[in-house]
Design a protein around this ligand. Structure first.
Ligand code: ATP
Length: 392
């Protein structure tokens, strides 16, 4: 994750891969409420899989449901598609209520993880199938198929059958088929699930580009945070059937609203402590684990004596041999482990209390004569606005 973020830092918009979290273009998006999910709940024999979810999704938005296995994201997606009947709640798409409508009467299309291509049909027949089922005139079907195959750059493979295609090509055909009928809402269930890691990264950008170019609104389900960060304009983090936080990739990364979401996206150091000074322009947190008083350069809606955690990302901590001049937010430790990732290294630094902190440092020099090594005594420090104070 951190790797992807660091790598992404050089990126611009989507065309200039890789995408930097939070800079996905959003200027083309419509107003909120194109897809409205209101109090959606699903129980299976008393087990609550989706627990009162309400969301508002914009036209043209790529919206990711992100969560661990079993958190209820596929059940939520299936309720949008009409494959699952909600126990309570409603779904609205472009002003129309979907309650009680079967899948084939909804303006939605779901692309499954397995792609579900017909093996005995050619690529163009696969894409044409749904259009023919709708009874569209032959010329219109041919025009749509041509347009869709051009969109996913599969025109020259039109006569091949699925087994003659690579995984990435099959996925593009599946996407073309899903988009052919011009759904108002495209649903993607773990879209990269069947691809190997390298192809995944490439296809994430490609798929997001195609979806954006088509302007279709999309809800995708994934357990892969990197995938959500790369593809989505906004992400909903789910746990135990509930939405814990909704935000753009940089919001959920930079401003997590709980210990859970902070830990779920990327790596984080959670420094547990108690608020001591509680002023409007700063607070201090007594953190026994780091044997230091942490200074935060802004006020919080908390109170003196409240238990909180400071969420500090590894790349926000500086590592140095010499003691930094700043009066606060510095601790001494010893390097116990180093993980080398090429562009950066992750240092595991153990403090006197035994607590370990993770620190990222860029490997931006060819000859790192001053590089740190195992057993080095170092100083760690961070700025007064580098962490996020969390009360839940
Ligand atoms: P995964 O990533 O593993 O697919 P998920 O977040 O998509 O997980 P769901 O498939 O939505 O999770 O399942 C949520 C919970 O509901 C799980 O505990 C699952 O066992 C349960 N569940 C899903 N479908 C059914 C069903 N038809 N009958 C009973 N329980 C179900």
């Amino acid at each position: 994750m951190a790797d992807a973020l660091a790598e992404a830092a050089a990126g611009g918009g989507r065309e200039a891969a890789p995408v930097m979290p939070g800079v996905a273009r959003t200027d083309h998006l419509g107003a909120d409420g194109y897809v409205r999910i209101e109090g959606l709940r699903k129980e299976f024999d008393g087990f609550v899989a989706v627990d009162g979810v309400s969301l508002s999704i914009r036209k043209g938005e790529i919206f990711a449901l992100l969560g661990a296995s079993g958190c209820g994201k596929s059940t939520l997606l299936r309720m949008l598609a009409g494959f699952e009947r909600p126990t309570a709640g409603s779904v609205w798409i472009d002003g129309a209520c979907m309650d009680g409508l079967p899948p084939y009467r909804r303006p939605t299309n779901m692309m499954f993880q397995s792609y579900a291509l017909f093996p005995h049909m050619t690529v163009e027949q696969n894409v044409a199938f749904g259009l023919q089922q709708e009874g569209l005139p032959r010329a219109e079907v041919a025009r749509r198929v041509e347009e869709m195959l051009a969109l996913v750059q599969m025109t020259r493979f039109a006569r091949r059958r699925p087994h003659q295609l690579s995984g990435g090509q099959q996925q593009r055909v599946a996407l073309a088929r899903s988009l052919a009928k011009g759904p108002k809402l495209l649903l993607l269930d773990e879209p990269m699930g069947a691809l190997d890691r390298k192809l995944r990264t490439q296809m994430q950008l490609e798929l997001a580009n195609i979806i954006e170019r088509q302007g279709v609104t999309c809800v995708m389900v994934t357990h892969d945070q990197e995938e959500a960060m790369t593809m989505a304009h906004r992400i909903a983090i789910m746990d135990a059937g509930r939405i814990l936080q909704v935000g753009s990739p940089d919001e959920v990364y930079e401003q997590p609203n709980s210990r859970f979401t902070a830990g779920f996206i990327g790596s984080v150091n959670l420094l547990e402590g108690t608020i001591d000074e509680d002023e409007t322009d700063h607070i201090t947190i007594v953190c026994p684990e780091v044997d230091a008083t942490v200074y935060v350069g802004h006020g919080v809606s908390g109170y003196s004596g409240q238990e909180v955690a400071l969420a500090l990302r590894p790349e926000k901590i500086r590592i140095s041999r010499d003691e930094p001049p700043q009066p606060h937010n510095k601790v001494r430790g010893r390097i116990e482990d180093i993980a080398y990732f090429g562009s950066h290294s992750v240092y595991h630094v153990e403090l006197a209390s035994g607590r370990r902190l993770l620190v990222n440092a860029a490997n931006d020099r060819r000859w790192a004569s001053e590089a740190f090594t195992w057993g080095d005594e170092v100083w760690l420090s961070w700025g007064e606005n580098e962490g996020v104070v969390l009360s839940s």
